[in-house]
Write a protein that binds this ligand. Structure first.
Ligand SMILES: Cc1cc2nc3c(=O)[nH]c(=O)nc-3n(C[C@H](O)[C@H](O)[C@H](O)COP(=O)(O)OP(=O)(O)OC[C@H]3O[C@@H](n4cnc5c(N)ncnc54)[C@H](O)[C@@H]3O)c2cc1C
Length: 477
């Protein structure tokens, strides 16, 4: 390493170049801080860009087009015949999107004069005279010291595996499934959180026989119960075999693929066979080899405890993104936590992350978008609750695009009319939810929103109807 780098004391050194880390780096640089970004891979972007949000949503968009083509004749488009799917071309498009954004990040790092350091970063202990020392190990084994007044840990997460299993060409995590050279004839998905549900939806559209095995009593368990119930019905209608309350006992390889033994909700032993199995049972924080034991940083089930400014128990060390305890592992939460840490370090004002203001999006067919309290959570918190529900069947834009499944559900406080939660299952739910996030952030009431003009004809009008439905006054249903 060049002498000048050894002598440099950065204002902040960030370990991990995923959405949390690179966002923190850019924001810190925007505040005028001197920033080093340490990333093991030569390519920035982390899980999100390479094996998470972006590639999955690229493939899901292919699936959406594929679905539309299947119904082309309904829209008066003839001559499509029997469309075929060029899986290699689908992958190429996905990879091109990733490459474009990797280059974009490289550009942003240069634009903001952020020092990029390629290698594996570790803490060496608490700060001495206000300066932290880190070591960075390059791929070739060369170790270099880095000095910084503040450190942000943003090392992300990796897929949890079931005990005794290792990922390979048949037992898959998000990494292997995104690299498959062919669409599997059959797929078992273990875990019905957002990741499992999205892959189930995607491969069903592309023709795979899909089985979902979920341990909890319902799929997408963080969502409102009515959303779980309706998407289960819609998935079953699409031919997806949904099993909830299913305890996986054993995953074995067979000559042709895999065999999964599970106990079903009635306590009976069941066996399912498929070409591949996806294990989507959650994500573990990458905290094990960071030198945390040399600090006062507190760990909770493998994740780092922080305060509302993202500070750990070790002064001058922050943690953001998927490695943080108590927050959902989502790219937008990671990015915001990075902006908060940067603001704190720069001595600027910030607003802490509020759990009930975080949008959750699942890009299934149909999509889910939600924010705030579910009906059950609102009641548990002691609110007297009023609920409004409006089906997309009553929305004219939904008819135009031929996508009628689902509904908008608004959970409001009966006393003051404050909107506490919005839960959308249906077309473009992941886009529509942005309005609801703003409504909650600004503490909007049902009355205010009932008199907020929504353009016609739009899917967003379904929100206007759902606000009205809280008072039993939807127009279109
Ligand atoms: C299949 C899938 C789909 C998803 N879809 C969505 C979605 O649609 N929307 C959404 O909001 N979220 C989604 N997520 C979650 C999202 O990907 C994560 O929340 C997000 O990537 C977390 O960002 P992060 O920066 O904390 O960590 P990561 O993105 O995991 O990045 C961490 C980075 O740190 C690097 N690193 C780790 N240790 C070290 C070290 N010691 N030294 C140097 N570098 C290190 C890693 O190489 C990596 O680049 C999805 C996840 C998966 C798996």
């Amino acid at each position: 390493m060049a002498e000048s780098k050894i002598e440099t004391i950065y204002d902040v050194a960030i370990i991990g170049g995923g959405p949390a880390g690179y966002t923190a780096a850019i924001r810190a640089a925007e505040y005028g801080l001197k920033v080093a970004l340490i990333e093991e891979s030569a390519k920035l972007g982390g899980t999100c860009l390479h094996v998470g949000c972006i590639p999955t949503k690229a493939l899901l968009f292919n699936a959406e087009i594929w679905d539309h083509l299947k119904h082309a004749a309904e829209f008066g488009i003839e001559g499509i015949g029997a469309p075929t799917l060029n899986w290699a071309a689908v992958h190429q498009r996905k990879n091109a999107i990733i490459t474009k954004h990797v280059k974009g990040l490289d550009f942003l790092m240069k634009k903001h004069k952020i020092t990029r350091i390629v290698g594996y970063g570790r803490l060496l202990g608490p700060a001495r005279d206000g300066v932290h020392e880190l070591e960075v190990t390059a791929a070739g084994g060369e170790v270099s010291p880095i000095k910084a007044k503040n450190v942000i840990l943003a090392t992300g997460s990796e897929a949890k595996m079931l005990p005794g299993l290792k990922p390979d060409d048949r037992i898959l995590t998000n990494i292997e499934i995104l690299a498959m050279e062919q669409i599997p004839k059959s797929l078992i998905v273990i875990g019905a959180g957002a990741v499992g549900m999205e892959f189930a939806s995607l491969f069903r559209t592309f023709g795979s026989e899909v089985t979902i095995l979920e341990f909890l009593p319902r799929v997408v368990p963080v969502e409102d119960e009515e959303i779980s119930k309706e998407i289960t019905r819609l998935f079953k209608k699409r031919g997806i075999d949904v099993n909830t309350g299913a305890k996986v006992e054993k995953v074995e390889k067979t000559e042709a693929g895999v065999k999964v033994t599970f106990t079903d909700a009635n306590g009976a032993a069941q066996v399912k066979e498929a070409e591949k199995v996806l294990v989507a049972v959650g994500r573990a924080g990458r905290t094990s080899d960071l030198g945390l034991e040399k600090t006062r940083i507190e760990i909770e089930r493998g994740l780092i405890k922080v305060n509302e400014a993202q500070e750990t128990a070790e002064p001058g060390i922050f943690a953001i993104g998927d490695i943080v305890a108590g927050l959902p592992q989502l790219a937008h939460v990671g990015a915001m936590s990075g902006m908060i840490a940067a603001a704190k370090i720069a001595g600027r004002t910030f607003r802490p992350v509020r759990r009930d203001r975080i949008p959750g999006c699942t890009y299934t067919e149909p999509q889910i978008g939600s924010v705030g309290l579910t009906e059950t959570q609102a009641k548990e918190k002691g609110y007297e609750v009023k609920v409004g529900k409006f089906p997309f069947a009553g929305n004219s834009k939904a008819t135009i695009i031929g996508s009628h499944d689902g509904f908008v559900k608004v959970v409001a406080d009966a006393k003051y009319g404050e909107i506490l939660g919005v839960h959308i299952l249906g077309p473009q739910a992941t886009e529509l939810i942005a309005e609801a996030v703003a409504v909650l952030e600004l503490e909007g009431t049902v009355e205010e929103l009932m008199f907020t003009i929504h353009a016609h004809p739009t899917l967003a009008e379904s929100l206007l109807d759902a606000y009205g439905a809280v008072e039993g006054m939807a127009i279109n249903a």
